[in-house]
Design a protein around this ligand. Sequence first.
Ligand SMILES: [Zn+2]
Length: 524
Amino acid sequence: MEYIISIIVILILLFVIIYFNLQRKLGESNHQFDLPHVSPSKKVILIIIDSLMDKPLQSALKEGEAPALQFLINNGRYYPSMVSSYPTMSVTIDSTLLTGTYADKHKVPALVWYDEHKKRFISYGSDKREILKLGAKQVFEESMFHLNEQHLSDQVKTIHEEIDEKGLQSASINTLVFRGNKTQILHVPKLLKVFHFLNKNDSVKAPSYFSYGILSKLNPKNRYTNFWQGFGFNDKYATEELKYLIEQDRVPSFSLVYFSDNDKKVHKKGVNETKGIEEADKRLQTLFNQYATWEKALKDNVWIVMGDSGQTSIVNDKERALVDLRKVLKDYQIHKISKPIQKQDQIVLGLNERMSFIYILDESIKHEFIAKQLQKEKRIDITAWKEGNTVKVLSGDKRGVFSFQQTGEFSDQYGQSWKIEGNTQILDITIKNGHSIVYGDYPDALARLYSSFYSHTGNFLVVNTKPGFEFIGEGSPKHVGGASHGSLHKQDTYFPMIVTGTELEPKHLRMVDVKEWILHILNE
Ligand SMILES: [Zn+2]
């Protein structure tokens, strides 16, 4: 009898093993690689290390803690001060990188903003508490679908779309903005199906090789997708994905890989933190080690490694560090983000760390009046609003008004022409030779600020904090004693870039010029 039971147990075990193996195999079958195998003549790999900055990078290099980055610098060129877009928040910057335009054209205003047509408060996910208030499903839908399908303008083309039109292929690994020409069916985990976040066969338009955490994997065996690993939104996962393309000899013409871990470390520990850079360097080493030698890795690809924005220290004193706009504007009825817009709401706040949109719903309230009120708060830097075609700017500590509009007798180093009036010190602008604009603390200030007012419609002001401080409101993140970004200031704006394998240079050292430059490299 016992003998028979043992046989049955063994048979059941065997069945279970075969069944699960089969399931795994089925799960592994990957539609991505139904793609034709092409060997591009030129391959550009662009790795973004979120919030990579020149100063901590230099310390990591000096300590010998970043050998892979050092190797790239020794064999290429280093640009310490590339100019980001505005506001200095990842989704807006990614959209600029992908489309080669500022927010006036790509229409992704910020991480958090307000859509006046749909009367919707929009966030692609800025903080856990905010996500709880808005509902996880809503935030998920905004970032997964609305950001790429509705908000990112169809009047501009992404680099993925242009590369596809040339008959070439590209890869997007873990970037939030990814629009491409190929329909990619998402892998839907059971939990998301149960809570109706996604349905079976839900799809997005993305590039040929599309990696997006657990929802779309290139390497079916990529293990770094547990919930404590952000479902795949981590550097180890991203590295594993590119490594897989290298192993399979599938590196396409252009690969964009997003390393997000460094940003969190800098937010928490401050602007001198080097741990995130050292870890990102280890990931790079893993990638280089896929080749017979590191030199071979360079020979096979053009490597571009860069940050996306800077960060600014936030003072280590809660009372001073956090500028609560609900208190500054306490005389008004401010929209509560957990509820839809109410009839009596006069103001909506769109907080983006060191930058904020202030939307005026009550038409009887004048911009200038709000701006003057904001000016009284000493930790607030520049405040701007639009009147007709003119953008007006006030400063927390400089007198008067500065106003500007597109096209005029002044021109800047980027070949943009402006009509300007008033106190140029407000935007730290110097005029040379009677008509040349030279930027100081606010790089490419006019085009970047201007772009914000044409990134979406609505009746709003744009406000920035001075270095040392950040805005808070309902459910927004706090970085007391750490660092934060979002503003127009150079500390939030500059990021470094390392390039190997090409002599071509971008037209200007700005994020907005990177797309055209990469397309040139591919055409070379
Ligand atoms: Zn950040």
